[in-house]
Design a protein around this ligand. Structure first.
Ligand code: SAH
Length: 430
């Protein structure tokens, strides 16, 4: 097979300048707190990250070596290629439906989608005549522009009105229709593979502290000693969130809950159950064991979550046990499994060897090897990042073969065993 090496390291940013948020976000937050009292960490996070005028994601291209953090798709093309194979394998496992939507949440610079679409284009034969379309859920107009540049060249148009559910659309460089939305609800229904890489960790969390009086919410308030500074406080009375969001049998003393993530998972589960398909969620996370994970990143270093809000990324580990609970029995869930195990099961070692065989340039070779090590080494990204999937129940059951009108069929004949779910067990490529 022809295995091209991605020319640039990733979809690069169109501009390097970073807006200076100054103190406008801090002023906005302090006037809000003065007017209505302390705000929840969730409201703080939502304002800081996605305020339509001055939010961190709305204003910045924060990814890459010159930004605040770097992600797996930016580190190695192999990451996106293996996820492309995963999408194809789930489409096949579902019986190759004739329409196939690839839906990505928070695509950043578009590198993951770009690598996946290259795989789809190369394996066009395997996709048969399926009508493939691409759907991106992205709040940031700035990032959507970078994604459009990466994925379509200049083949995309912004919608005339701001209120359109589809705010941008076009054709990918590989010839597929592509559209941008702000919400999942606006994405058309139909068989879909949903991908979310480092998306759920950016959604707002509530923080709670166990006290002798019961669970209390941790909120953001103005520091009385330094009015220009914010501080975290434990509010004395229960809040709606503290009475609703904690499990009765909770053992931890400090808990973070992301209800917005829970709602998205429930909507995904309903869609997958009705329309078919699967969702793959990859993020740093835990299975209901960690406590205080809320943190900030600026220029690749940890940054105080309350200092100069709007200038740094805010994030919290994804609680997969909570997502699984929210999905309920609507879909089949698998994982979380470590990124190392997932990528090894997907054949990352073989893929690396194939790319190295086709590449003589020593610095590109070194880059490929280092990239794979970064992604899979347990001391780097291999263990902290976890993969989780939600599947239509039919994906894991052996289909009952139709009885073709035979009157007496004492034992229903079963169809072939379902294909194993790639990545979550070893992929037996034949
Ligand atoms: N998936 C990319 C980028 C991760 S950064 C990667 O791994 O490289 C988080 C992404 O989610 C950004 O594109 C950001 O703009 C987007 N985002 C954050 N909050 C969002 C929300 N509430 N709705 C839609 N997109 C959001």
């Amino acid at each position: 097979a022809n295995c091209p090496i991605r020319i640039s390291q990733s979809c690069s940013s169109s501009s390097a300048e970073k807006p200076m948020p100054g103190n406008s976000m801090l002023r906005h937050l302090t006037s809000k707190i003065k007017a209505t009292g302390p705000i929840s960490v969730a409201e703080y996070m939502r304002e800081v990250l996605t305020n339509p005028v001055m939010g961190y994601y709305v204003q910045n291209d924060m990814l890459g070596p010159d930004g605040d953090f770097i992600t797996s798709p930016e580190i190695s093309q192999i990451f996106g290629e293996l996820l492309g194979i995963w999408c194809l394998s789930e489409w096949m496992g579902a019986g190759k439906p004739s329409r196939f939507q690839l839906v990505e949440f928070g695509p950043g610079r578009g590198s993951l989608a770009n690598d996946i679409l290259r795989v789809f284009s190369q394996l066009r034969g395997a996709l048969g005549g399926a009508a493939v379309s691409v759907h991106l859920v992205e709040v940031s107009p700035k990032l959507s522009q970078i994604q459009a540049q990466c994925l379509t060249g200049d083949q995309s148009q912004v919608s005339a009105s701001e209120d359109e559910p589809v705010y941008r659309q076009g054709t990918t460089t590989t010839g597929l229709p592509i559209s941008w939305y702000r919400n999942l609800d606006d994405v058309p229904r139909g068989f879909s593979i949903y991908l979310a890489h480092e998306f759920f960790d950016a959604l707002p969390i509530h923080k709670f502290q166990g006290t002798e009086k019961g669970w209390r919410e941790v909120m953001v308030d103005i520091d009385p000693d330094e009015p220009g500074k914010l501080r975290l406080v434990i509010v004395p009375a229960p809040t709606l969130a503290s009475t609703q969001l904690i499990q009765a049998d909770e053992k931890r003393r400090h808990v973070e809950v992301c209800p917005e993530g829970g709602v998205i998972v429930q909507r995904l589960a309903n869609r997958i159950a009705k329309d078919g398909g699967a969702a793959l969620i990859a993020d740093y996370g835990h299975d209901g064991t960690k406590t205080d994970t809320f943190r900030g990143f600026k220029s690749h270093e940890l940054h105080d979550v309350l200092a100069s809000p709007g200038s740094a990324d805010l994030t919290a580990d994804v609680d997969y046990s909570y997502l699984r609970r929210m999905a309920g029995a609507t879909v089949a869930c698998m994982g979380p499994i470590s990124q190392k195990d997932f990528l090894k099961n997907m054949g990352i070692d073989t893929r690396l060897q194939v790319l190295l065989r086709n590449c003589a340039d020593p610095s590109t070779r070194a880059q490929l090897i280092q990239g794979c090590d970064m992604l899979t080494n347990p001391l780097k990204m291999g263990e902290r990042f976890q993969f989780f999937t939600m599947l239509n129940h039919s994906r894991l059951t052996r289909p009952e073969q139709s009885k073709r009108g035979k009157k007496m069929a004492p034992v229903p004949k079963m169809g072939p065993a379902p294909l194993p779910v790639a990545g979550f067990s070893e992929l037996g490529l034949s």
